[in-house]
Design a protein. Structure first.
Length: 125
């Protein structure tokens, strides 16, 4: 199975997880020049920007550690553009999902709410 296919499965599993916990999926794979957000979801309180990292069980690095400061900056930039195009009164939040999947078998989905924020960035939502 290709990495892109595995990643899409990880995103789909994360969407199911979010829906189970009362979120509505607003957009998948929102792209701007220089940034992308895997999933944008909302509930009555939050507009959540989710980065999904899918890994194999034998992976040497975690999905969480793959969301570097640079990656966070690109996600925040894309989120600011999304909010500019789609104004909302909801509180933005940045989450990370790590899906462990070997191409055939799903092992786990670990989810960090509020994994990072805009502190130190000159961006206001």
């Amino acid at each position: 199975m290709e990495n892109s296919e595995t990643g899409k499965i990880g995103e789909e599993l994360t969407c199911r997880y979010l829906i189970k916990y009362g979120f509505q999926i607003l957009k998948r794979n929102f792209r701007i020049r220089g940034g992308e957000i895997d999933i944008i979801a909302a509930n009555s309180d939050y507009l959540v920007f989710v980065e999904v990292k899918t890994r194999r069980p034998d992976s040497l690095s975690s999905g969480f550690s793959a969301v570097t400061k640079r990656k966070q900056r690109l996600i925040i930039k894309a989120a600011a553009e999304y909010c500019k195009r789609n104004p909302t009164m909801l509180q933005p939040r940045f989450d990370i999902a790590q899906v462990i999947f070997d191409g055939k078998k799903f092992y786990s989905l670990d989810y960090i709410k509020n994994a990072f924020d805009t502190t130190g960035y000159n961006i206001i939502f």
